[in-house]
Design a protein around this ligand. Structure first.
Ligand SMILES: Nc1ncnc2c1ncn2[C@@H]1O[C@H](COP(=O)(O)OP(=O)(O)OP(=O)(O)O)[C@@H](O)[C@H]1O
Ligand SMILES: [Mg+2]
Length: 251
């Protein structure tokens, strides 16, 4: 579904590469979490997939096609902060990707309204982002990402600003949507437990520059239950992961 082939990247003003000769593949329908220390380049990986940055070397393929040949709207990107537009209502925020694509605004709003309804958000449709809780804003943001119509969704720490309980229910909500909507998800998180609970595979960065991911395959079925990640085997994986992250931390 998505392939990185020998990607190297550095920011112009930075002397060092933050990604060096990185290759990986993501299969259709997977839920991949990317875990790594702060500042190692995880968000940059998403920015490369969205063509917000250009690789120094290497190519990125989506369904076998080089992304350089693809037009806008090929990917659903939910950046690290929710970025809802404050002066647009929830409905107007949600319909934005469809409006940008140049469709009929009325039709776009209708489609967005349907999805807000599916997600239990329709009663907020005429409110503004400031009127919603953090969890709800994230749901709206996710709705907007889905309405891009893309098969691959990039979610950059979508739940990091939420309190612990809201976060747990959002994880379940997201898994439910993922299993129903047949999407491929790449999900950045600092939360090891979150990665264990959600993923089909976890990619762990191996320090700076990122050269290769260590992969952890989660041999657990869905629907996931919390106690599935409390087994001795998974707890071992968890402490290894935490060790790995501590090693890579810069401070
Ligand atoms: N637009 C930019 N221009 C120059 N340097 C940047 C830019 N964006 C990020 N960087 C630098 O590149 C490195 C990687 O940044 P990135 O945002 O990809 O890290 P991250 O792994 O997502 O971190 P975090 O977990 O804190 O979100 C950092 O050292 C950062 O300071
Ligand atoms: Mg980041």
């Amino acid at each position: 579904m998505l392939e990185f082939k020998n990607i190297s990247f550095k920011y112009d003003e930075d002397p060092d590469f933050i990604i060096k000769n990185l290759s990986f593949k993501v299969n259709k329908g997977e839920f991949i979490s990317i875990v790594g220390p702060s500042g190692c380049g995880k968000s940059t990986i998403f920015r490369l997939i969205c063509k917000l940055e250009k690789p120094f070397e290497g190519d990125i393929f989506l369904e076998g096609r080089n992304i350089n040949t693809l037009k806008g709207g090929y990917i659903g990107y939910m950046p690290q902060n929710d970025l809802l537009i404050p002066w647009r209502t929830i409905l107007q925020n949600s319909s934005l990707p469809l409006e940008i694509k140049g469709g009929d605004i009325k039709k776009a709003r209708h489609e967005a309204e349907k999805m807000l309804q599916d997600f239990g958000l329709e009663k907020y449709k005429d409110k503004f982002p400031k009127d919603l809780s953090g969890g709800m804003r994230q749901r709206v943001s996710f709705t907007r990402t889905l309405l891009t119509g893309s098969k691959v969704l990039l979610l950059d720490e979508p739940f990091s600003a939420l309190d612990a309980i809201t976060r747990l229910s959002m994880q379940e909500w997201l898994l439910d949507k993922w299993s129903k909507l047949n999407k491929t998800i790449l999900f950045i998180t600092h939360d090891v437990e979150e990665a264990l609970f959600l993923s089909t595979r976890i990619f762990v960065t191996d320090g700076s520059p990122i050269r290769k991911f260590k992969e952890i395959k989660m041999n657990l079925g869905y629907p996931r239950k919390r106690d599935m990640i409390d087994t001795p085997d998974i707890l071992k994986v968890k402490s290894k992961l935490i060790e790995e992250l501590k090693k890579g931390a810069k401070f």
